[in-house]
Design a protein around this ligand. Structure first.
Ligand code: NAI
Ligand SMILES: NCC(=O)COP(=O)(O)O
Length: 354
């Protein structure tokens, strides 16, 4: 076990390797190579053989591969020389590396185990936070993890550590780039289920989590726009009553608590009102989206290379690139590490605030 760190900007950051069949290992290597200053103090929590394979694959233009340095403790990451990829063996090694671009239980096991390792290290305060490279949800499921994604897995780890039930550690997904932020009321579930499960309590809880998290980041209460569920936020009840009967009461309750919330706004225009653009007035700091794709499409459409996924409500910092495993290009050497680097920078900023 490594030494506990005092939380802060200099504490090591664990970068979980992600699904070894996807672009995670590749973008991790590229991030160390392209932005050594940003990556100082970071290390990969994963599998040494997978990372050596990724380094070799990227060195095929004739340049020597970067060394993969195996470390035993997170605290070693801060004192390593530049021009190497530090890796802590956080998962069981496998005999044969999973095939690139394919769903497999073996790949899901490696990806999930690395996340569990990093979550526990964060909960023991051995690391300042974690940045997760993408995992494939079908592989994670094939490996037997009963969680659809990182967010729910990390919530369960945090709850177990605190001796609480999962419901007692509510978390939310925020996607953010330089222009737009969105926080989701519901995350990984069927759209039909997301609509059926929409509740005043769920919206109010999301408003509280968003208010608390962004107040720390912005240094002031965030202006929160709440998107409606239905077209035109229901048009006064003509196109559904959820906006009037479920969402509006949550906004009123939040306002009574001093939260700067407004809406429900027509979902098709609220995002442009919350977008920061030169010469344009930004009316809101963040948009609460009622379901996954309502919030993620506008953020990702602005550029997959910019977005960062942040889990709000956890007792430690977790960020992630906004994209997935990109099996279609895995192993081709063309994956862009920009979103991962944005996630590392965001994690540094957030650990500095804690
Ligand atoms: N944080 C995480 O672990 C996330 C995991 N996923 C999972 O990833 C898997 C694949 O998801 P998809 O919907 O196919 O989305 P995806 O983001 O993996 O791919 C969508 C498109 O974007 C491209 N792309 C993605 N990242 C790129 C990068 N860094 N550089 C260049 N091109 C890039 C891909 O080639 C593809 O054309 C799914 O299992 C999904 O659930 C998706 C989002 C986040
Ligand atoms: N669309 C975002 C996504 O699927 C990431 O989920 P998570 O693994 O961060 O929970």
């Amino acid at each position: 076990m490594s030494t506990p760190q005092s939380p802060g900007a200099q504490a090591p950051l664990a970068l979980t390797q992600g699904d070894p069949a996807g672009i995670g290992p590749e973008i991790l290597v590229k991030a160390f190579q392209r932005a050594p200053e940003a990556m100082h103090g970071c290390f990969v929590a994963g599998d040494v053989a997978v990372m050596r394979h990724a380094v070799r694959a990227l060195a095929q233009d004739g340049s020597p591969p970067w060394p993969v340095l195996e470390i035993e403790q997170a605290s070693q990451a801060a004192s390593l020389p530049p021009r190497c990829v530090p890796v802590l063996q956080a998962v069981m090694p496998v005999d044969a590396l999973p095939a690139m671009g394919h769903v497999s239980a073996a790949a899901g096991r490696m990806a999930g185990d690395a996340v569990v390792w990093a979550a526990r290290a964060a909960l023991r305060a051995e690391i300042g936070g974690m940045v997760t490279a993408p995992l494939h949800k079908e592989s994670l499921s094939a490996a037997g993890f009963p969680f659809p994604g990182h967010t729910e897995l990390l919530q369960a780890e945090a709850a177990a550590h605190a001796g609480l039930s999962i419901d007692q550690v509510p978390v939310r997904m925020m996607l953010a780039n330089d222009e737009l932020r969105t926080v989701l009321v519901s995350i990984h579930m069927a759209l039909r289920q997301a609509i059926d499960s929409l509740s005043t309590d769920g919206v109010l809880q999301t408003l509280r989590i968003t208010h608390q998290a962004l107040s720390a980041v912005l240094g002031a209460a965030p202006r929160i726009a709440v998107a409606g569920l239905n077209p035109h936020a229901g048009e006064g009840g003509l196109f559904g009553r959820e906006d009037l009967e479920l969402i509006a009461p949550a906004i009123a309750a939040a306002r009574a608590e001093g939260i700067d919330a407004s809406g429900p706004w027509p979902p098709d225009t609220v995002f442009m009102r919350a977008r920061a653009r030169e010469g344009m007035f930004r009316e809101f700091d963040v948009v609460l989206a009622m379901y996954h794709d309502q919030g993620l499409i506008p953020v990702k459409y602005l550029g997959v290379e910019q977005g960062v996924n942040v889990t709000l409500g956890l007792p430690f910092v977790r960020t992630s690139p906004d994209h997935g495993t990109a099996f279609d290009i895995a192993g081709h050497g063309v994956a862009d590490p920009a979103s991962l680097l944005a996630a590392v920078r965001m994690a540094r900023q957030l650990t500095g605030l804690r």
